[in-house]
Design a protein around this ligand. Structure first.
Ligand SMILES: C[S@@+](CC[C@H](N)C(=O)[O-])C[C@H]1O[C@@H](n2cnc3c(N)ncnc32)[C@H](O)[C@@H]1O
Length: 210
């Protein structure tokens, strides 16, 4: 499975559109448990950026764009582009940040914009009925896109295989962090960091290209 078949892509899109329609522009509206965990994820992903200088950032699977707001609150100097499968998410993002002049939002699964950095929070977790083998192919293909769209580096998170069995769900994908670390080292850069020390049932990979 090199790309998500259109029918499955629609199901993933419907899954998240339903979340935001039910819970609104809140952490639960993008399927997270709390604001604290949503921001904790951002803190890990943003470690990829050299925050001392202006930078551009792609946010792949941006939801309602809360990362943009979080970065503004931190007074970072940046240009932001958010992408999401869900048109509903993108409409809400555009409305929410209509007065900002350093962000843009695009709907769809493909993006060709190249930025200094690309981050992706939570786009590899919900596999629905796919097998692990098929989803792994899709995940690797997606990670190649993150690489292609970033000049200085990229970062993503995935649920970890080191989760407690009793909490694991059949429709979610639990990745082997060592496999993804090795894959990133061999395919993208010698400078890769695996963060698995921040208390959530997931890990974050940072791939530094320069
Ligand atoms: C778990 S939510 C997280 C949203 C946001 N990153 C955050 O942390 O607030 C994942 C988002 O990624 C989007 N998404 C999932 N797969 C995608 C894909 N292949 N291309 C673009 N967006 C995708 C979903 O529509 C959803 O809004």
């Amino acid at each position: 499975m090199n790309n998500l078949p259109a029918s499955i892509q629609q199901k993933v899109c419907d899954y998240y559109t339903d979340k935001v329609l039910t819970f609104g522009e809140t952490p639960k509206g993008v399927d997270w448990n709390s604001r604290q965990s949503q921001e904790l994820r951002f803190d890990q992903l943003l470690k990829i950026c050299d925050q001392d200088i202006d930078f551009s950032l792609n946010d792949f699977g941006c939801g309602y764009g809360y990362l943009f707001e979080y970065m503004q609150q931190k007074n970072l100097k940046f240009r932001y582009a958010g992408f999401d499968l869900s048109e509903e998410m993108i409409q809400r993002s555009r409305k929410r940040y209509a007065s900002a002049n350093n962000c843009q939002f695009f709907s769809g699964s493909d993006f060709s914009d190249i930025a200094d950095y690309t981050v992706a929070s939570g786009i590899l977790n919900v596999k629905l009925h796919h097998s692990d083998v098929d989803w792994e192919q899709y995940a690797l293909n997606t990670i190649h896109k993150l690489n292609d769209s970033s000049q200085k580096g990229f970062a993503f998170n995935v649920l970890t295989r080191y989760s407690d069995k009793e909490y694991m769900r059949a429709d979610l994908y639990y990745a082997d962090p060592c496999f993804y670390f090795d894959y990133c080292k061999r395919n993208f850069s010698r400078n890769v960091a695996l963060l698995h020390d921040y208390g959530l049932y997931e890990f974050t990979m940072l791939v530094r290209k320069i």
